[in-house]
Design a binder for this molecule. Structure first.
Ligand code: NDP
Length: 425
């Protein structure tokens, strides 16, 4: 690992390269991304749904605020915090930290999703107006943004009490703006409650599919039944979220947990960006109903299936290889040695391109937008944004891998020349 590697050559985090445009990025992103969330929600629900409309549609203050929203949001987070603390599921250890210790994490996110699902069905049976989430979207997003800022300020302040080995190497530059944005403390915890791990997959990710269900119920209120397009968007995204929670343990080896500090970038991403922008297709469909043929639906389902297959198989192959390289499912794959003692896969999924998991993810992202038809670009926001994000993330990962593995990484790149798309990129 990069962190282990650096243990033999200690270096101050002050000299790590700044990411996301450095100080300027750290100043602009927390201003522009929250505005983008609100802008996209307004656009998706306007009759024109045009991202190019000028001047852009501005919501009135009435539309932005509803006292119910912060209450719902706080209740939602408290409910998931409670589920997190329940003694459900197993407990796993994270990777070895710089001080040689390993943290313990409860693997019960999927239980949280199931409990939430059962309770929602119960509430729906009792006539709860879930479709009202459509009207509450903007106030909820405003509350989530406000909460992201408050939590990030808390995280920034408390990080000054953390020992130096508990700080992220990239988040301790001494520049307050940048450190606030990128995150100083690697694994901030209140007792055993891990704030970053909790936020990573639970309130935001499960919130996303609940919002989707709210949009579906709104459609039922307006038109009597959900459309095929709405059902597809809901099912695809529920599959994605359920998969992430089913494989929750895998998050313990991701860049977010292992490498990045917990600051505004991750807090806002987890609590505001994901739940309020990833499912915008559903909000769009409430106002812009689409007729989808069965053949069209079959093509889209197949695309999502292929994307999911590539995504799941490649992620599982690497996770298995990292956990147990001698396991029969990976033992026969061709690998190359690195100076760190770890090996790199050069056949199987990881011999096709250097990030096959990103390829699968992008195919799914496209399948989520296609049910919205071709009349507007707005529902394609997610796949366009996601392509940019994954290309940037791939580049970050390549740089980290080159630092970790040096010449072995160059050999891997020569053996597997394409990054994400075979023969294209
Ligand atoms: P990856 O799962 O792609 O992991 C990258 C790491 O894998 C590298 O740092 C390296 O770590 C290891 N690795 C790279 N190449 C090889 C190889 N050939 N053989 C063995 N190990 C290798 O990281 P991400 O966290 O970016 O992605 C995880 C999943 O999450 C992906 O499917 C991605 O699409 C998804 N994702 C989704 C997002 C969303 O918003 N929906 C956002 C970000 C990611 P090491 O060698 O140290 O083990």
């Amino acid at each position: 690992m990069r962190l282990n590697n650096q243990a033999s050559k200690p270096r101050s985090s002050h000299d790590t390269e700044r990411e996301f445009g450095g100080t300027l990025g750290a100043l602009c992103i927390p201003i522009f991304l929250p505005l983008t969330v609100l802008f996209l929600i307004c656009m998706s629900r306007s009759p024109e749904a045009s991202v190019f409309q000028w001047p852009p549609l501005l919501p009135s203050s009435d539309e932005l605020w509803d006292p119910l929203a912060p209450l719902l949001l706080l209740g939602w987070i408290a409910f998931h915090a409670l589920l997190y603390l329940m003694p459900l599921g197993k407990v796993s250890e994270g990777l070895v930290l710089r001080d040689g210790t390993r943290l313990k994490y409860p693997i019960n996110g999927f239980h949280g999703l199931c409990v939430t699902g059962v309770l929602l069905l119960l509430f729906l049976g009792l006539g709860a107006p879930l479709g009202h989430l459509f009207e509450l979207l903007l106030p909820l997003a405003v509350s989530a943004v406000a909460m992201s800022f408050l939590l990030s300020v808390y995280l920034y302040i408390r990080s000054f009490w953390a020992p130096s080995h508990a700080l992220a190497l990239g988040g301790n530059t001494g520049n307050p703006l940048y450190d606030f944005f990128i995150g100083r403390e690697l694994n901030p915890r209140i007792g055993n409650f891990d704030l970053k791990y909790f936020c990573e997959l639970r309130p935001g990710l499960i919130g996303w599919v609940v919002i989707n269900l709210g949009m579906l119920m709104k459609e039922v209120e307006l038109r009597g039944s959900p459309s095929l397009a709405m059902l597809l968007v809901n099912s695809f995204q529920l599959l994605y979220v359920a998969d992430a929670l089913w494989n929750e343990e895998a998050v313990l080896t991701t860049m977010d947990i292992v490498h990045d500090g917990f600051g505004f970038m991750l807090v806002f991403g987890d609590l505001a960006w994901v739940p309020f922008t990833y499912g915008l297709q559903a909000a769009f469909l409430v106002v812009h109903p689409q007729t989808l043929s069965w053949l069209g639906a079959a093509v889209i389902v197949t695309l999502n299936g292929i994307g999911y297959y590539i995504f799941r198989k490649s992620n599982s192959q690497k996770n298995q290889f990292r956990r147990e390289p001698t396991h029969p499912s990976v033992a026969r794959l061709e690998t190359i040695a690195t100076a760190t003692g770890k090996r790199l896969l050069v056949s199987g999924w990881w011999g096709l391109v250097r990030h096959p998991n990103y390829l699968g993810d992008l195919l799914m992202a496209l399948a989520w937008s296609l049910p919205c038809g071709f009349s507007h670009i707005m529902p394609y926001f997610y796949v366009i944004y996601f392509a940019v994000l994954l290309i940037h993330r791939e580049d970050r990962d390549e740089r980290q891998c080159r630092t970790k593995y040096g010449i072995a990484w160059d050999t891997y790149c020569r053996r597997v020349p394409y990054r994400i798309f075979p023969y294209i990129y």
